[in-house]
Design a protein around this ligand. Structure first.
Ligand code: SAM
Length: 120
């Protein structure tokens, strides 16, 4: 995906790098906006990943996190997705613990897909 992005990017300001959310290869307070789409559910340590998002955001910066968040997913938390923040309540708790403020939830496309925006 990174190779495809590099090959097709048409703006010299764009940079692409490989990494994991739990250890972002960027200095602190480097960005005004962090966006994650349908990746959060795969992070091995969601709390550590959110802490990294907060670290690389400048004060007042924004996070957009789009993924599967729904009470309908509760049964999956009892088996294969145990411990994952797949409900708004669980994700809001992790966001708050990572230092994010003003979490706002937005419905998106499918009934289980939502986005949450939050401010550092
Ligand atoms: C369902 S795909 C979504 C891909 C892309 N973000 C999109 O919206 O089309 C999930 C992605 O999460 C990535 N992923 C898995 N574990 C991760 C982690 N710990 N940190 C960051 N990304 C991770 C996978 O490599 C995969 O590309």
């Amino acid at each position: 995906m990174i190779e495809t992005a590099r090959a097709t990017a048409s703006d010299d300001r764009l940079r692409f790098s490989v990494g994991v959310a739990e250890r972002l290869p960027y200095r602190g307070e480097a960005f005004d906006l962090v966006v994650s789409t349908t990746s959060f559910d795969h992070w091995a340590d969601q709390q550590a990943g959110l802490a990294e998002c907060a670290r690389v955001l400048a004060p007042g910066g924004h996070l957009v996190l789009a993924d599967q968040f729904s009470a309908l997913l509760w049964p999956t938390l009892l088996a294969g997705r145990r411990g994952k923040a797949r409900t708004r309540a669980r994700a809001t708790r992790l966001l708050t613990a990572a230092g994010f403020r003003f979490p706002e939830w937005h419905a998106r496309y499918a009934i289980t897909i939502r986005a949450v925006t939050a401010t550092k």
